[in-house]
Design a binder for this molecule. Structure first.
Ligand code: S3P
Length: 168
């Protein structure tokens, strides 16, 4: 996809990466891809299943590989899974790309994810506390890779997209 305005979208679960990514891609007239979906296509089962069967480390390894391939191919707008920034090697890859980091607060993040079991890291006994520490631990990593940061809390997808396009 040479010449296309390649963008990567990162942020915690519930920050709206896929929704915003798709809208951004439509506005920019480029393709959209989501690495969680690319991974599920490749393994032929859900990420949740992979976490349970193979463990998080195996997932992170495959995630890094899929992201590297997608970045290499030229991707239009690419949304990453929320934990992709945990890997040093993945953050290093992102340095050469324009990265939109979406923020969300605890209340909106919890509401949007519904704390669903499809998100294995949030399926514990105290999801609110788990989510709070996840947001705190990852905030510096999203900041590190961000070209542009937009808080999606109490904003509609269209408002977020307009802000991203203004800030880029
Ligand atoms: C994860 C977030 C998920 C998915 C996996 C791990 C995380 O993606 O990649 O379950 O570590 O935060 P979303 O951010 O799209 O929920």
């Amino acid at each position: 996809m040479s010449g296309a305005p390649d963008l990567v979208v990162v942020g915690p679960p519930g920050s709206g990466k896929s929704t915003i990514g798709k809208l951004l891609a439509r506005k920019l007239g480029v393709a959209f891809a989501d690495t969680d979906a690319l991974i599920e296509d490749r393994i032929g089962r859900t990420i949740s299943d992979m976490f349970t069967t193979d463990g998080e480390d195996a997932f992170r390894l495959l995630e890094r590989e899929v992201i590297a391939e997608a970045l290499d191919a030229g991707h239009g707008v690419l949304a990453l899974g929320g934990g992709a920034v945990l890997a040093d090697a993945t953050r290093a890859l992102l340095r050469e790309h324009r990265v939109v980091a979406l923020d969300v607060d605890l209340t909106d993040g919890m509401r949007r994810t519904g704390m669903s079991t499809a998100r294995p890291l949030l399926a514990g006994v105290n999801p609110r506390a788990t989510f709070r520490s996840l947001l705190a631990a990852r905030a510096p990593l999203y900041r590190e890779v961000a070209t542009v940061r937009v808080d999606t809390s109490r904003r509609s997808p269209n408002q977020v997209v307009a802000l991203v396009l203004t800030e880029l």
